[in-house]
Design a protein around this ligand. Sequence first.
Ligand SMILES: Cc1cc2nc3c(=O)[nH]c(=O)nc-3n(C[C@H](O)[C@H](O)[C@H](O)COP(=O)(O)O)c2cc1C
Length: 334
Amino acid sequence: MTLRTRFTERFGIDHPIVSAPMDLVSTAELATAVSRAGGLGLLGGGYGDEEWLSRELAAAAGTRVGCGFITWSIDARLIDTALSHEPAVIFLSFGDAGPYVEQIHRAGVPLVCQVHDLAQVEEALRIGADAVCVQGGEAGGHGKGTRSTFTLVPEAADLIAARRPEVLLLAAGGIADGRSLAAALVLGADAVVAGTRFWATRQAAVTRAAHARAVAITGDATRRTGVYDIVRGKDWPPVYTGRVVANDFVVRWHGHETELVEHLDAARAEFSHAVDADDVDLANMIVGEAVGQVHAIEDAGDVVRTMAAQAEDILTGGPLQRRPGAWSGSGSHP
Ligand SMILES: Cc1cc2nc3c(=O)[nH]c(=O)nc-3n(C[C@H](O)[C@H](O)[C@H](O)COP(=O)(O)O)c2cc1C
């Protein structure tokens, strides 16, 4: 028995679960593990490192995966590189996807636009997106942070049903187990996009120290901030902030961005030393509130299968009752 949705039908997959295109974290190893388990894996093309992209696309050859980019940071050449490998989807977030719609559709590839509020849903429908992924502010990584998944998904579902019912709806932000997958489907999503939960798997390109810290903290431990964009020299449009672990670096500089800019050289040296040393008190750990539901670093394929099985059980298994976390034997708090 599997959960069938318009998304699983349209993409010919077993489970309505997509792994997020996390910049450099979502490698071919992660994306193919998710696709082989019956979900849809996405490569994290992020800011557009051509060498990384070509390598990971080649490594994923033979397994159907999609590819995501940070729209304001890329150009048509990168999209062409991805399209030449016949991706399952192109997934664009943060910025105007309009200039790429024709290029992507000409190649016969569906476009998913990740957006953060209803005005952006309308814009995605206007430019001709085939699917819209609405991201609530509890999500890991960048977003507007102005809406929550629980209210944004049903509102977006109603809007899409009224305007362009053939467009698929994906939900992102805080979805980490079968309970939240089931909830998102009930709220009107055709599938979910999970980032943090797949970040916390053995196939993700994440360091040992970051994984160890993730298992030890709760959902209280994250904060939206722009301090890592300043120190990394990433020129994000001001409406976007990123959700990260509120470690010593964030506590020191968040709210003191002017001073951070004044001390940028020293802060950069400290930051890059911390990255090299895998010091997660100072280096950025990009995760969402769902980190509180991570109790073990597991196999990405097992995450897909367990999440799907638990959602199926909830949605088809008789009277609703409170269920523990999904993870075998590790549902309690650490
Ligand atoms: C480590 C990390 C990196 C991310 N990088 C990107 C990215 O490069 N492009 C993108 O569209 N979204 C990125 N995201 C956001 C995801 O697409 C997605 O919206 C989010 O992970 C969903 O919320 P969740 O983390 O609670 O599952 C990233 C998320 C994380 C956790």
